[in-house]
Design a protein around this ligand. Sequence first.
Ligand code: PXP
Length: 236
Amino acid sequence: MPTLGVNIDHIATVREARKGKEPDPVIAAMMAEQGGADGIVVHLREDRRHIQDRDLHILRETIQSKLDLEMAATEEMVKIALAVRPEMVTLVPEKRLELTTEGGLNLPLLRNDLKKIIPRLTEAGICVSVFIEPSYVQIKEARALKANTIEIHTGHYANNSGKIQKNALKQIVNAARVATRLGLAVNAGHGLNYFNVRSIALIPNINELNIGHSIVARATLVGMERAVREMKSQIV
Ligand code: PXP
């Protein structure tokens, strides 16, 4: 069975709604680890819409499991990764106007940049994962670029149902098999929730699932009763 990387970006989204101090993703990371998270994932975006540089530095000092830094393949981010030294960097595409990461990297198109960036990270002892669609072209290029790991984008599976979802699942199963045969480790994530995760978790050869929004969404709800009770006790 795969391990679970918990993405805590949206704890920071709630904090940034008021530009204040709470909720602190550093505390969320500790609590996620207590709940069994095998790793903590954060996406430091160019526009710093949720996770801030401060979060990344404190998480590096405080988390007990492992840190996976999602980032765009830019010089700014490479410098930050080399300074912070997460156990893993997951390279993702990034667009300023997107609500969330919309698709996988087009590796052949980015070949010239990634040929320089990936070795700088791996030579520093950082495991490099590339976030891609479950496509043979992308997997082959990940191998050629000497990435250690691929993360298969599960969004198409997660956002569909019926036949389309079944076909998307088949593509993910095949991609995991092919990538493993080529010597790549395989992670998967995006859009996974309490209802659709099981079929993905059962795929052989997947090392880790990275899940964020649905866990943070559920955390806000399962904690609501207690949070209100505690506020009430301050008032009454
Ligand atoms: N994996 C990658 C590469 C992502 O960009 C994201 C979203 O930040 C996730 C996994 C987690 O997706 P979700 O928040 O939908 O669980």
